[in-house]
Design a protein around this ligand. Structure first.
Ligand SMILES: [Zn+2]
Length: 243
C-alpha cells in the first residue's frame, strides 16, 4: 500500500520563537522499484502538499526552512496560530530567501531549489526558473573546494539539471565528471549523456532495475518475504512490505 499521511503538529520558530501549528509528513512509503523516480533522482510525490510539508513557515516572520530543524512544541495545534496559507511551491521560494538571509551554503540552497522544481512539477508546472536557480547554486557549490561530500553525484545532478534546461553541452561536461565515487550505475550516466547528445530536454523516468541500483534496494529479501508471507505473521512482514 502506498500511503502518505500528514499530521498537524506545533513547532517553535528558530528566528522569532513563535509557537505555530503546521503540517508534518507522518508517513512516507519507502522507495521501491515500482516508485516513479526520475533521472534527477527524485521521486514523484502524489501531491505537492507532501513535499511542502517538509518545510515549516513561520506566520509571524516568514522564516522558512526544513521542518526537521524546528524544535517541537507541546502546545496543541488547535491552540496555536497556523502557518501562513502560502502555495506549496512558493514555500520553497520563502526557503530560498531565508537561506540567503541566514548565509546558507550554495549546496543547501541548490537542494531547496531542486525541491522547488520538483514541487512545481507536482503542481503540473514546468518549473524552469527553479532549474536555473538550482544550476546556479550547484555550479557555485561545486566551485567551492572547501566541502567534503559526494561531489561526483552532484556533478551528475548538475548535468541532469542542465540537460533539462536545454544546455546540452554543459550537461555532457558535467556528466563526464561523474566517476565511481558517485555510486551511480554506469548505465544511467551513459544513458543520460546519450539523451543530452540527442538534444532531449524532457524528464526521464528510471526503469525498475536502475531504481534498484541507485537506491540499493534488496530485491531478493523483498521477493522472498512476499513468497513466504502466508507462513509469516503480519507483524513481521508488514513494515518491510508496505511501500
Ligand atoms: Zn518566526
Amino acid at each position: 500500500m502506498k500511503i502518505y499521511t500528514l499530521r498537524r503538529i506545533t513547532v517553535i520558530c528558530p528566528s522569532c520563537d513563535l509557537i505555530f501549528a503546521t503540517t508534518q509528513v507522518a508517513r512516507m512509503p519507502k522507495i521501491s522499484k515500482e516508485s516513479k523516480v526520475e533521472a534527477d533522482l527524485h521521486r514523484i510525490l502524489p501531491d505537492s502538499a507532501v513535499r511542502a510539508a517538509l518545510l515549516g513557515t513561520c506566520p509571524e516572520c516568514l522564516f522558512t526552512w526544513w521542518l526537521s530543524t524546528f524544535a517541537p512544541s507541546l502546545v496543541l495545534p488547535q491552540m496555536a496560530p497556523d502557518s501562513p496559507p502560502v502555495a506549496n511551491s512558493k514555500k520553497f521560494g520563502h526557503a530560498i530567501l531565508t537561506g540567503r538571509n541566514e548565509g546558507a551554503h550554495a549546496l543547501d540552497l541548490a537542494v531547496v531549489a531542486l525541491n522547488g522544481y520538483w514541487s512545481a512539477r507536482e503542481e503540473f508546472q514546468e518549473g524552469r526558473k527553479w532549474l536555473e536557480l538550482a544550476a546556479q547554486d550547484l555550479e557555485k557549490a561545486l566551485a567551492d573546494e572547501s566541502w567534503w561530500g559526494n561531489r561526483s553525484r552532484y556533478n551528475y545532478i548538475l548535468g541532469e539539471v542542465l540537460r533539462l534546461t536545454g544546455n546540452f553541452h554543459g550537461a555532457v561536461r558535467h556528466f563526464n565528471q561523474v566517476d565511481r565515487k558517485s555510486v551511480l550505475p554506469k548505465e544511467l550516466v551513459e544513458h543520460q549523456i546519450f539523451q543530452a547528445k540527442q538534444g532531449n530536454d524532457k524528464p526521464v523516468l528510471l526503469p525498475p532495475h536502475i531504481i534498484q541500483a541507485v537506491f540499493k534496494l534488496k530485491p531478493e529479501v523483498e521477493e522472498q518475504a512476499q513468497v513466504n508471507q502466508p507462513q509469516l505473521s503480519a507483524v513481521d512482514t508488514a513494515p518491510t512490505l508496505i511501500v
